[in-house]
Design a protein around this ligand. Structure first.
Ligand code: FE2
Length: 155
């Protein structure tokens, strides 16, 4: 087997980053939709938590896009393209608060797997900047998964 060239590895990293960008775009909109539509006695708590989370994913989206540009490539230009590349499913309707938390945890774990794959490729390529950025995102995902699971146990 021939060894992948640096250019091939870089193309793999950029493709992986664009998929994460797509995930961030879909996830942040889903979170904002939950923020608007959550109902019930946990309203004030969850309305605020969802805002905190979509705000942080708006930042991740921007960081990922700018990392792609720094690697002299192009972030996906439209939401339609993002829908083609995301690992996540969009959602119609309004789940109840427990289902919202379950779906957020599931999406976070899906994104976490994708983040780890790109970290491996970036690590192999010696791309420390991408590794560092994604390590931070991965750490935040793990923390959020713990918090939302803890909420779910008491719900
Ligand atoms: Fe709001």
């Amino acid at each position: 087997m021939t060894q992948a060239t640096n250019t091939e590895i870089d193309a793999t990293i950029i493709a992986g980053l664009n998929k994460l960008l797509a995930d961030a775009a879909v996830f942040r909109y889903k979170l904002q939709n939950y923020h608007w539509n959550v109902r019930g006695r946990q309203f004030f708590d969850l309305h605020k938590q969802f805002e905190t989370l979509y705000t942080s994913w708006t930042k991740h989206l921007d960081d990922i896009a700018e990392r792609i540009r720094a690697k002299e490539a192009s972030p996906l230009p439209t939401l339609a393209r993002c829908l083609e590349h995301t690992h996540l499913a969009e959602e119609e309707g309004t789940p109840d608060d427990k289902q919202m938390i379950e779906r957020i945890v599931a999406d976070l774990l899906t994104i976490h797997n994708a983040v780890r794959e790109v970290i491996e490729d970036a690590d192999d390529a010696g791309d420390r900047t991408t590794v560092n950025m994604l390590d931070d995102i991965g750490d935040e995902i793990e923390k959020r998964v713990w918090m939302f699971r803890a909420w779910h146990q008491g719900a």
